[in-house]
Design a protein around this ligand. Structure first.
Ligand code: 6PG
Length: 255
């Protein structure tokens, strides 16, 4: 694993602009490098303005393959749907071919069956794109992640069974009894690029544990995100506070 990059932006607006610029670079580089870009979207509130910004860019939309790193177990028209949010903010405004957008199945009435179905769909989607790595996992070009105030990411919540899943690509997450569909840690960790974007003072407590030399991984699941590729943390100053994050770089302005 390459050492993580930690970059701190002065405020949330600049953080979002920077995350957008870096994401555009990664997308363009992936397409230039191997002719396509496979992306896994994060849910929650932070990424929405990034998606809105992507809709304003002129990107090779027919070269993008879109997936979701996790999803609430609700239909896409439900207000909590991560896919619904990304469609309204971005995908409904650009021309990614519909057969290259793989929304998480959430209407089977059985989360385990939906997880298996999504895993089957991912395998079908990746089969023509790339031979599987030796461990049998694909390499996403970019996985966006957020971090909950409790240190969860995707739908990998503290002290849940999903953290122990080392063979599947997709499993069932558990948020206080509420089922979620989520990428597993090995799937995330085989990515070329993982970008964590987190903002606001409410993230500070978890960040202090995530970057602590000693802390319980199962209590702060995002500690287990250790990709073979590049891990980039993009944070605003409020999230960091007075924390001394190892190797962090403050980015005060960028073009
Ligand atoms: C979800 C997300 C989740 C999110 C974090 C941070 O489905 O809610 O995937 O992991 O990224 O909870 O959420 P915010 O961006 O709203 O702080």
């Amino acid at each position: 694993m390459t050492a993580p990059t930690i970059e701190i932006l002065p405020d949330k607006t600049t953080l979002i602009q920077y995350a957008l610029a870096r994401s555009v670079e990664i997308i363009q580089q992936a397409v230039a490098d191997h002719g396509y870009c496979t992306l896994a979207l994060a849910g929650g509130s932070t990424p929405k303005p990034i998606y809105e910004g992507l809709a304003q860019h002129d990107l090779p939309w027919n070269k993008l393959y879109i997936f979701w790193g996790d999803e609430r177990y609700v239909p896409v028209d439900h207000p909590d749907s991560n896919a619904g949010m990304a469609q309204r903010a971005w995908l409904d405004r650009v021309s990614v071919p519909s057969d290259q957008v793989w929304m998480t199945p959430t209407t089977e009435g059985d989360p385990a069956q939906s997880a298996q179905r999504y895993e089957d769909q991912l395998k079908a989607a990746f089969a023509p794109l790339q031979p599987l790595a030796e461990a049998g996992f694909p390499r996403f070009d970019l996985v966006w992640l957020g971090m909950g105030d409790d240190g969860h990411t995707a739908s990998l919540f503290p002290h849940t069974a999903a953290l122990a899943e080392m063979n599947r690509w997709v499993t069932v997450g558990d948020k206080d009894g509420e089922p979620r569909i989520t990428f597993t840690l090995p799937l995330i960790n085989h990515s070329r690029q993982v970008m964590v974007v987190a903002a606001g003072a409410s993230k500070q407590s978890a960040l202090s544990q995530v970057f602590a030399a000693e802390a319980e991984d199962a209590a702060y699941p995002i500690r287990l995100v250790q990709p073979t590729g590049q891990l980039t943390w993009l944070l605003d100053a409020e999230a960091v506070g007075d924390l001394n994050l190892p190797g962090a770089r403050r980015v005060n302005r960028f073009d």
